[in-house]
Design a protein around this ligand. Structure first.
Ligand code: FAD
Length: 483
């Protein structure tokens, strides 16, 4: 394999892949191929994504690491089938990209922008390092349903509530059609590099769990298959709004989130399929609702873009002075560990936390309940829960995770402020026969071995008892004291 720059008759463009691990609807790649036949596709595995974070867990846990590596294998295979390759390097992008640009004498690097603070800092470091070597950049927007350039307002003027935001974009914006995937790629004239193993990232492959009902497999190919299966073969879009709150059954919701989060699927491709479905099958409130959820996803990205690091403060966007219990406060580690281990004694919470630990996924309804339980019942700092999710979730995405956590904890962009999910009422409504709890929890006797359960053995499904139990459990329960 030649590695000398002399093999490049035209100065190549590097396309830096980030959370956009696909060939379809890839604006940066499309532009690079249009501008310059010699595009070189690169992905950097950044060791900073694998450090340990508070509360003592890997920033990227095994479920997401496995999904990422599978996505890279798939992307590389797709590139190879088109005559190209995906160059993979382990290292910080601000080191890897300038070095690679120098090796191949690249004139420019194309990539997609990311609103999150850490990702933004990496971007700035990359741009500086490239500038020092005289290498230019071109930036694109790809993560959202509504293209960044089509927003009818400046991000600084983002409406404070989702409803206001939605009505403004729905009235004024057409969603762009996805760019087609390329049909051929230029040959890769340097060593593409080996993909690291999960072990070399300091993690081990998650053990298969016999209770797991659906295994998320990384990559654009698997993402497209899931989309086709769920929407067309199983025909589940027509009932989506009614079933999406289901806790147990795989097809109750789309399960597209890991592919959207890693960019294996473009939201605009999902949207185009929804519109096609509406023409060929049915248009109803359920088909609209999937678009509604994709707009929520966009909204959280814009919230992060507007508010930046403030989203990660204990009091959230508005600096509310909640008296959160911190990890080093007395008794908090114990309560937090029971929450993470699914040993609180509340079957809905425990089943969801065990599902999360065993699979890297739990449903939206379950996430809302466990988040509310941690912050409203145990009074624990919401950021510990968000970090726990960051480590475990296979579909982790900075803005959706931190935005939803802040929202449920009452410190986000929420007009109503104080939210509270009564987990017993919720269990009655969403798990009336206890199927979800039975699926994830061991026999009742064993489950009841937890000391926190003793505290709640008297709890029944009435709201009053629940309130009393909550009061007993959380003497320092966070109450909203607005300034
Ligand atoms: P579906 O119901 O089929 O929804 C379709 C798509 O719409 C999802 O794949 C997702 O991309 C988007 N979507 C749906 N609901 C939301 C929402 N509330 N906010 C933003 N986007 C949404 N979602 C993530 O993708 N990554 C996260 O890190 C994440 N963390 C969360 C943390 C908490 C505390 C809560 C309450 C929610 C979180 N969500 C997150 C949102 C939501 O729970 C998941 O997107 C959803 O459960 C994924 O399953 P699905 O693909 O079957 O969803």
């Amino acid at each position: 394999m030649q590695t000398s720059a002399s093999v490049f008759s035209i100065s190549p463009v590097l396309v830096w892949f980030r959370n956009d691990l696909r060939l379809h609807d890839h604006e940066a790649l499309t532009a690079a191929l249009q501008d310059n036949a010699r595009a070189l596709l690169v992905y950097c595995i950044d060791p900073r994504q694998f450090v340990t974070i508070t509360p003592g867990v890997p920033k990227t846990g095994a479920f997401r690491a496995r999904f990422l590596l599978e996505s890279l294998v798939d992307l590389r295979a797709s590139c190879r089938s088109l005559g190209g390759d995906l160059v993979v390097r382990v290292g910080e992008p601000e080191q890897v990209l300038p070095a690679l640009a120098a090796t191949v004498r690249a004139s420019r690097v194309y990539f997609h922008l990311d609103a999150a603070p850490e990702e933004g800092a990496v971007e700035r470091a990359v741009r500086q390092a490239l500038k020092a070597r005289g290498v230019g950049v071109r930036l694109f927007s790809t993560h959202t349903l509504v293209h960044g350039d089509d927003l009818p307002f400046d991000v600084a003027a983002l409406p404070d509530t989702f409803s206001q935001y939605r009505s403004r974009v729905e009235r004024r914006v057409d969603v762009r059609a996805p760019h087609p995937a390329p049909t051929a790629l230029p040959a890769c004239l340097i060593d593409p590099g080996e993909l690291p193993s999960i072990l070399s990232l300091g993690l081990t492959d998650p053990l298969p769990d016999p209770r797991e009902l659906f295994r998320f497999r990384g990559g654009e190919t698997a993402g497209r298959e899931r989309l086709r299966y769920w929407m067309w073969d199983a025909d589940r879009l027509r009932t989506y709004k009614t079933t999406r709150n289901g806790l147990l059954l795989t097809d109750d919701s789309s399960k597209l989130s890991p592919w959207l989060a890693h960019g294996c699927l473009s939201p605009r491709l999902v949207y185009a399929e929804v519109r096609r479905y509406e023409q060929e099958r049915v248009r109803n409130a359920d088909t609209d609702w999937l678009v509604f959820e994709l707009l929520w996803r966009d909204y959280f990205r814009l919230v992060l873009e507007k508010w930046g690091g403030r989203l990660f403060a204990p009091g959230g966007l508005n600096g509310l002075p909640y008296p959160w219990r911190r990890l080093d406060d007395s008794g908090v580690r114990d309560d937090f560990d029971k929450w993470t281990a699914g040993q609180t004694g509340f079957p809905l919470v425990d089943a969801a936390m065990r599902e999360l630990a065993a699979t890297g996924y739990t449903s939206n309804r379950a996430r809302q309940n466990v988040a509310s339980f941690l912050t409203r019942v145990l009074g624990i700092d919401w950021r510990l829960g968000a970090s726990w999710f960051e480590s475990l979730l296979v579909d982790y995405d900075v803005s959706s995770n931190w935005g939803n956590w802040a929202y449920v904890s009452g410190v986000g962009n929420d007009a109503r402020g104080f939210r509270f999910f009564n987990v017993l009422k919720q269990a009655r409504e969403y798990d009336p026969n206890g199927d979800f709890a039975r699926h994830w929890l061991p026999a009742r006797a064993e489950h009841h071995a937890s000391p926190m359960v003793d505290l709640f053995s008297a709890a029944d499904a009435s709201a009053l008892t629940y309130e009393r139990a909550v009061a007993k459990l959380a003497p320092v329960r966070a109450t909203p004291t607005r300034r």
